[in-house]
Design a protein around this ligand. Structure first.
Ligand SMILES: O=P(O)(O)O[C@@H]1[C@@H](OP(=O)(O)O)[C@H](OP(=O)(O)O)[C@H](O)[C@H](OP(=O)(O)O)[C@H]1OP(=O)(O)O
Ligand SMILES: Nc1ncnc2c1ncn2[C@@H]1O[C@H](COP(=O)(O)OP(=O)(O)OP(=O)(O)O)[C@@H](O)[C@H]1O
Length: 491
């Protein structure tokens, strides 16, 4: 990219989250990722540069190691003409969702990250003229605690995503509760994965987006977004899944297309050979892993059929979901167990503030930082070193819980043997695909007290409102079902 000759008209708005905004180049397969800040909290150019460089280093030295070479794209920090950034900011402003405008794009530093456009197939520098479908999933995951330190009985039975849902609907972030449960997606069981993906398609929230040729065609900006329309989605997807078939429109066609999409995405999620060292993080004889959440409609339906635990095939070790799950499991203590250790580090830093650098709280995220993450011992010897290791592991685990997976699919040309990428079959076509991870920014040390408070608030809210409501209807339910102990709430 020639940073000297930048023209804002060659870039278009692509998307944004809470902390960054992304624009994509119209012809080339690159995006620029800018940081966003609240209007009152501007950072100096040096701070922005350091922040972006930390993101690159963390991706390169930590996440690439865990998740594998092919799925992590570190990008590079670029310095852009300030005039270009200002013009670009004006150009895209009208396309930004209102709910994201509480923060402004950083137009002062001139720094941004330049990354490959993951909504396109990787390996090509220029946009291909083949049609491209891209599915972005933010799977999230927090475990059902069975032997962890959580004191909340509730957390042992209901997966975090589900109890957060009640809070998000109550605060107006989303209109309705999602049936999606991360434990279904991470189960490795095809039936449960199909259920999870269909639930995401019904209620996308910020967990699912679909792009066609780089344009967002499905996804939900905020609670004001119109309800998802599967017929419209099927109309977009039909040429991909039924290219030469005269499948008529209507509900039958919609169902067939959605079924194909769900099957192909499941196959891709279960595929993978890219090496990564996340497997090395395996701990103890009985590793924690996804089971069934009591709030998941899939889990409830299993229990109605008299099955208490699902036939769980488990995720294949090479697949990206397995690797992200292993990184999420670096959080051995959950926030309740972690918080006293965070306080120990805090007390030490209050006494010796100059040590912050040596402890690598704000980087550098180098090889030494990565090596310390591999220490999975849980025996607390009362030292700051032990507390620090757990704090850093928690931050990395939280990052893996909040990342997104991008799956790009492109119909194979006639001669599929010439494909250099992996290929996934659907019933009427074949797709070359790539799978990548994005949003691998290490969660800040300062977010730990926020997580601690949020956890307490959500559990309180859930127990007071949802469980209380359930208790009120319990007598009727008790008559309906023998296994009353499993009933927690209505979703
Ligand atoms: O705090 P939470 O649990 O609401 O999670 C935030 C996400 O909300 P969600 O749970 O997906 O609705 C939130 O997602 P949205 O921006 O709301 O789509 C961000 O991912 C946020 O991360 P960061 O602060 O930008 O690094 C996430 O913050 P942290 O992961 O830093 O807590
Ligand atoms: N390299 C990329 N290629 C294509 N699209 C991208 C890329 N990076 C980000 N995006 C798009 O931009 C959106 C916002 O990016 P990102 O998730 O990194 O923002 P964020 O502010 O860090 O998110 P969050 O709110 O989850 O913390 C993504 O959801 C994705 O659609």
């Amino acid at each position: 990219m020639d940073e000297g000759k930048m023209d804002e008209n060659e870039w278009r708005y692509h998307g944004e989250g809470n902390k960054s905004l992304v624009v994509a180049h119209a012809q080339r397969c690159v995006v620029l990722r800018f940081l966003k800040f609240p209007p009152s909290r501007k950072k100096t150019s040096e701070e922005v540069f350091q922040h972006l460089q930390n993101i690159v280093d963390f991706s390169k030295n930590v996440m690439k190691e865990f998740l594998g070479e092919n799925s992590v794209h570190c990008g590079e920090v670029v310095q852009l003409p300030l005039d270009f950034v200002k013009q670009l900011c004006l150009k895209i402003q009208s396309e930004r969702p209102e709910s994201r405008c509480d923060k402004d794009l950083d137009t002062l530093s001139g720094y941004a990250l330049c990354l490959p456009n993951l909504a396109r197939l990787q390996t090509y520098r220029f946009a291909e003229h083949r049609p491209i479908l891209c599915v972005e999933i933010k799977p999230q995951c927090v475990f059902i605690e069975e032997c962890g330190s959580s004191s909340h009985e509730l957390e042992r039975r209901v997966e975090n995503f589900s109890w957060c849902q009640h809070n998000k609907v109550a605060t107006g972030k989303w209109k309705q509760i999602s049936k999606y449960c991360p434990l279904d997606l991470y189960s490795g069981n095809k039936q449960r994965m199909h259920f999870a993906l269909k639930s995401l398609l019904q209620e996308a929230q910020n967990n699912l987006k679909i792009f066609k040729n780089g344009e967002l065609i499905y996804g939900c900006a905020d609670a004001r977004s119109p309800a998802a329309d599967w017929n419209e989605l099927a109309h977009h997807l039909k040429p991909f899944f039924f290219p030469s078939n005269g499948l008529a429109g209507g509900p039958h066609c919609t169902r067939a297309v959605i079924r194909e999409l769900v099957r192909v995405i499941t196959r891709v999620l279960l595929s993978g050979s890219d090496k990564g060292r996340a497997g090395a993080l395996r701990r103890g004889p009985a590793p924690r892993g996804p089971r069934v959440c009591e709030a998941s409609p899939f889990g409830r339906s299993l229990r109605r059929q008299g099955k208490n635990s699902p036939e769980c095939s488990g995720l294949p070790k090479g697949c990206l979901l397995y690797k992200t799950l292993q990184v999420q499991m670096l959080d051995l203590l959950d926030i309740e167990g972690l918080y006293p250790l965070y306080r120990r580090v805090e007390r030490y830093l209050e006494e010796f503030p100059e040590e912050r650098k040596t402890l690598q709280i704000d980087g550098p995220y180098d090889e030494a930082f990565y090596q310390k993450l591999l220490d999975l011992s849980t025996e607390d010897d009362g030292t700051v070193a032990f507390a620090l290791t757990k704090v850093q592991q928690y931050r990395v685990a939280m990052t893996a819980k909040d990342c997104s997976i991008m799956i790009a699919l492109s119909p194979c040309l006639q001669d599929t043997s010439s494909e250099q990428r992996p290929v996934v079959p659907s019933s009427r076509s074949r797709f070359a695909f790539s799978v990548s991870v994005l949003d691998l920014d290490l969660k800040p040390y300062e977010s730990i007290p926020h997580q601690y408070k949020l956890d307490g608030k959500i559990v309180n809210f859930y127990s007071k409102t949802v469980l209380a409501k359930d208790a009120a209807v319990m007598p009727t339910r008790y008559k309906e079902r023998e296994d009353c102990t499993l009933v927690l709430h209505t979703v």
